[in-house]
Structure formats: C-alpha cells, structure tokens
Write a protein that binds this ligand. Structure first.
Ligand SMILES: NC(=O)c1ccc[n+]([C@@H]2O[C@H](COP(=O)([O-])OP(=O)(O)OC[C@H]3O[C@@H](n4cnc5c(N)ncnc54)[C@H](O)[C@@H]3O)[C@@H](O)[C@H]2O)c1
Length: 461
C-alpha cells in the first residue's frame, strides 16, 4: 500500500519506519528540513542523533527501499495521486496553561493537505483515501477533520482515529510488537483499509487488534494516559511522601508488599522527582479542559497534574528545609537532562525547572551531563560561565557541593561507587530517582548527607 506520514517527529518517524518494514511504500514529510536531512541520511548515528530511539536508525536504514523522507511538498503532491492512507503525526501542545490543545500545526497541515487532495486525479478524486489521526487530538476531532476536508472540496475520503500508544525509549520495539492496535472508524471500508495496513498486527494472535468508533479510539488514548499518570502521582505524592515522612520505612519494601497484590500491579511503581515527557501532562490537561468545557467536574484529573508539580517543588525545596543547604555560590553536578532514560527528548524534563531554580538561587556553577540529550538542552540553556556542559559523569563531579540525579540513566547507578572510593569532598546528594538506594547506608556512613525521593533525610555520620 502507499502511505504518507505528515510530521516526522517521534511518532511519525517511528511509525513510518514500521510501515516501510511491513512492506508499504512509505513517504514521510516534515516542514523541518534539518530533521528530514538527518532522518534521510543513510547512517544510523546521524538518524539517532536527531531522534534517539533504540533501533530506529537500523530500522530506517534497513528499510530504505520502501521509505523516503522529504520536506519537498511537490513530492507529497505526486505521491498523493494514488495514496491509500495519510497519517497525521503533528504536534498538539497545550495552549499556555489552559489545557486546550493547540491545533494550529494540525489545522495548517490538514488545510494544505485538503487543498491538494481536492485536486488529485486531475480533480476527479477517483482514488479513495483514508486520513488517519495519529496525533493525540480532542475526542471530537474526527468531525473537525472531516469538516476541513469538506470545506476544501475533498471527496471520496474517510477519517479514522488510530491513537499512538508508543512509549518513548522503546518506541521501535513497542511499534513492532504493540500491546494493542486501536482503530476507530465509521465504515467497514475504512476498517478494511486499516486491516490491510496493519495486516501483520491484525493477523497476530499476540496483539490485541481493537476496532471501535473514532471517538472511542481518541478518548481511549487520553484516558489511558491519564490512568497511568494518576498511578505515578499516587506513587510520588502518597506512597513516596509517606516514606519521606516516617523514618525506617523503605520505599522498596513497601513496593514489594503492595505490588504482590495483583490488583495493584507493578507498572509505574517507583518514585521520581517528576513525571515529564510530551504526553502525560499535556493529555491530562487536555482531558480536564474537555471535561470542564462540557460542564463536568475534573477534580481528580487536575489534582493529578498538581501532585506531579508539587512533587518537583517539594524535592528541590528539601535541600534548604531539611539539610539547611544554602545554594548561593555553590557548584552543582546535574546528572541528566532527558526527561527519562533511553531518550533524548527533553520536553517537560524536570531538569529545565531545576536549572531555572538554581540560577535564581545564584549558584556559582552547574556542571551538566547527559549521555544523549545535551544537544537539545543547549538550545534552551546555552553554555555560559555558570552553565558548563561536561563530557562525562566524572567531570561533572569536579568540585561539586551538591549532586542532583534527575534522569534514571542506568550508567548513573555506579557513580555512588566513585564517591565512595576516595572522593575528596562530601557533596549533598539529591537523588531524584532513588538510583543509589542500594548504597545509601554506605554513603551515609562515609559522611554524605542524602535527600532522596521516597525517603527521610539521611544525615551523614
Ligand atoms: N512522543 C510520544 O511519545 C507520543 C506518544 C503518543 C502520541 N503522541 C502524539 O503524537 C503527536 C506527535 O508527537 P511527536 O512526539 O511525534 O511530536 P514531535 O514534535 O516529535 O513531531 C512532530 C513533527 O511535526 C512537524 N510539523 C509541524 N508542523 C508541520 C506541518 N505543517 N507539516 C509537516 N510537519 C509538521 C514538526 O516539525 C515535528 O517534526 C502529538 O499529538 C503527540 O501528543 C506522542
């Protein structure tokens, strides 16, 4: 089949690569020429320095024969003549702090697309085409997409909702073997086309292939993300907080007791300084906005969002409150700028708020290290006398008065041993991931003060 992707970010590029891997002739378009040049390079490292997703570079290079990246709209126009499906993979960020989805990227791409669709097949529009919403959009979006198409005179089309459930960092393996594929359509014809596109998943007994109407599909995405986000908020703001409040309660022991109950389950049962990333926050805000606009109460949704925000503020504030730590003039070692391990995505990364806070507190210097995401972080915080981007973890530790662990990169786990083997200073340790929890007793004995999420303040002895 011939498939077009509009938007080649995390979702568009990964989905396009999987589509090509399924044997479909795939064109991925994006307005960002730089991104397209990198994704189009026949080189794994270049691709992954643009979108760091394990396996993405290899998958793209291996399926080159079926996959083209372009920023040239003439190519899109040509391709569209006999295209079967067009996947919309555009950003849908929140407008300010209103919760409302900013549909300007989606709408502008859709209007432009509709204009060329209306003149396909020398205006005859004989080829049927399915427009697939893969972006996370408001529940009623299917009607709006159809409306845009009709306004531009597009005929012979269907609108399908096919929400993306990928997990960043595991986007490729997750897209090749998803838990489920959800297709929301209003006609058997559209279901039929989607089954052909997803033949490998439709035929698989290991993957749930769920067909519903378009609004159910769009709603399921928002509700699934809210449910997961809420689980994290409960872990951080209730379970973790209890462990921070009462001494001699180890988060890991509580986890092992609670998760042995199958009804509780173990997904998301960890403590962290913040749940960042591009989806959970934005989707919860959008859900809240849609419920409230319809006159409903969204207290739990809003409180989940606030609990996550509160978590970060509490964590950062503990230095002053519990360790009597004065930030002014201090050197900080900051570990991690990606919002989580295995990605270079810094959207809603807690390190952004932390760096802003540290600068307000007039720290002398922040030594910043991340194995994948520094390039993007520098676009927000250019290097300066105060912000030093270092080449590795050890350099970051030089002269540090405080160490802050932000991202749960596995390679940061062993750094506790560096501090324990003859490190000269005794920086305050702020572990936002409980990454060094196996070493807290040794670190404390060696004289380090420790503030960790999910634990009381440990004074060095
Ligand atoms: N990242 C995730 O983990 C994830 C998971 C599920 C769903 N989603 C949803 O998928 C959508 C895309 O997310 P993403 O993470 O891929 O975003 P992204 O920002 O990584 O990618 C979006 C791309 O669209 C491009 N773009 C903007 N305007 C365009 C236009 N007019 N024409 C062509 N391209 C244009 C941008 O240049 C960018 O490359 C969002 O709605 C998001 O909520 C994301």
């Amino acid at each position: 089949m011939k498939i077009l992707y509009i938007g080649s970010g995390f979702v568009g590029a990964c989905s396009a690569a999987v589509s090509a891997n399924s044997g479909h002739e795939t064109l991925a378009y994006d307005i960002d020429e730089n991104k397209i040049a990198m994704l189009g390079a026949n080189d794994r490292d270049t691709i992954e320095s643009c979108l760091f997703e394990e396996g993405l570079g290899d998958l793209i290079v291996r399926n080159r024969e079926h996959l083209t990246f372009t920023s040239d709209y003439d190519k899109v126009e040509e391709f569209i003549e006999d295209v079967d499906a067009i996947f919309m993979c555009l950003p849908t960020p929140e407008i300010g702090e209103t919760g409302e989805s900013d549909l300007k990227y989606y709408n502008s791409a859709t209007i432009k697309l509709a204009q060329i669709l209306a003149s396909r097949n020398t205006n005859k529009q004989s080829k049927y085409v399915v427009i697939v919403n893969k972006s996370t959009v408001p529940i009623n979006m299917v009607d709006q997409t159809a409306e845009i198409m009709k306004k531009q005179g597009v005929k012979n089309f269907g609108v399908v909702s096919n929400p993306e459930f990928l997990v960043e960092g595991k986007a490729v393996s997750g897209s090749l073997k998803p838990d489920r594929v959800v297709v929301g359509a209003s006609s058997q014809k559209d279901f039929g086309i989607m089954r052909q596109i997803y033949r490998r998943f439709y035929d698989s007994t290991a993957i749930k292939y769920i067909e519903v109407n378009p609004k159910e599909a769009a709603a399921s995405k928002l509700l699934a993300n809210f449910y997961l986000f809420n689980k994290l908020a409960v872990c951080f703001d209730v379970i973790g907080r209890a462990c921070e409040t009462f001494s001699d309660i180890k988060f890991e022991n509580i986890r092992s007791i609670l998760t042995s109950d199958k009804r509780i389950g173990d997904w998301g049962f960890y403590d962290s300084l913040y749940a960042g990333g591009s989806c959970f926050i934005k989707d919860a805000r959008s859900l809240s906005h849609q419920l409230q606009s319809a006159g409903q109460n969204a207290t739990i949704v809003n409180e989940t969002y606030l609990a996550n925000k509160r978590q970060l503020n509490i964590f950062v504030g503990r230095a002053q409150r519990e360790a009597n730590f004065d930030w002014s003039g201090k050197t900080v070692a900051l570990f991690g700028t990606a919002f989580k391990q295995d990605t270079n995505d810094i959207r809603n990364s807690p390190s952004i708020d932390i760096v802003n806070y540290l600068m307000e507190q007039s720290v002398k210097k922040i030594n910043i290290f991340d194995p994948a995401a520094l390039r993007w972080f520098k676009t927000i915080f250019p290097p300066s006398k105060q912000l030093i981007y270092v080449a590795n973890e050890i350099e970051a530790l030089a002269g540090a008065d405080v160490v802050i662990i932000v991202t749960d990169w596995p390679q940061f786990r062993g750094l506790a041993d560096v501090l324990l083997s003859g490190f000269k200073g005794r920086p305050l340790i702020m572990d936002g991931r409980r990454l060094w929890q196996h070493r807290y007793p040794d670190l404390q004995k060696a004289g380090f003060d420790i503030i960790a999420v999910g634990g009381v303040f440990l004074k060095g002895v």
